[in-house]
Design a protein around this ligand. Structure first.
Ligand code: CA
Length: 226
């Protein structure tokens, strides 16, 4: 689960990041509305925390533009102002929930959990299927028939992303930011290394599903015909 924090108060943003990371989320921070919008539009986030008063572009505009671009990521708006009109503006703009600062850490985490759960039907089940493969979230287990293997955290994240986007080519950049995050020093060849780990595991499982390389672009899952 990856959360984007768009908050110009640097210290608060860092506190939110710590809080989310301690609760098991990966969290990235942006300090202005414009970069917040750019990052949210990558579609790699499960939840966006969005301040209202932001430099370069306010939170209402950010969420309006996100929705106009067809991005359905759950948005939790944060603001120091508690006036009803702000809340209405936020929800009208397309935000999913509204939290007034200061808030309790536990309240924030509960909101993030609730919004993350609201994501597509795929979240409601522990099992993800694709062709002859089954991926179990709670145990990071990938199985095919009688055979199964445990995946590392990064292998799991990569396999999940590929399985959730079965007919779509996932670019290396997307895999890189989704799995390693914006701040990391990971490079394209980290992605290649993990793809090769996964291919070995698919081979071991004798799965018919393959990870296909689309030259210069990225990867997608290839399923046998019919
Ligand atoms: Ca602010």
């Amino acid at each position: 689960m990856r959360v984007l924090i768009v908050e110009d108060e640097v210290r608060l943003a860092a506190t939110l990041q710590d809080l989310l990371e301690m609760d098991g989320y990966a969290a990235d921070v942006c300090h202005d509305g414009e970069s917040g919008l750019d990052n949210a539009l990558t579609n790699i986030y499960d939840v966006v925390l969005l301040d209202v008063m932001l430099p370069r572009m306010d939170g209402f505009t950010v969420v309006r533009q996100l929705r106009a671009a067809g991005c359905a990521v759950p948005v939790l708006m944060l603001t120091a102002r508690s006036e009803v009109t702000d809340r209405v503006t936020g929800l009208d703009s397309g935000a999913d929930y509204y939290l007034t600062k200061p808030f309790e850490p536990r309240e924030l985490l509960a909101c993030v959990r609730a919004l993350a759960r609201r994501q597509p039907e795929l979240r409601s089940t522990d099992l993800l299927r694709c062709g002859d493969l089954t991926l179990e979230k709670s145990s990071f287990t990938l199985s095919c028939g009688e055979r199964s293997v445990r995946l590392s955290r990064k292998e799991y994240d990569m396999m999940e992303l590929l399985m959730l986007n079965q007919k779509v080519v996932i670019t290396k950049e997307k895999l890189l930011v989704k799995i390693w995050g914006y701040e990391s020093d990971a490079e394209d060849n980290n992605v290649e290394v993990y793809v090769s780990f996964l291919r070995k595991k698919l081979e071991h499982l004798r799965s018919q599903v393959k990870i296909k390389t689309i030259r210069m672009v990225g990867y997608c899952l290839e399923l046998p015909e019919n």
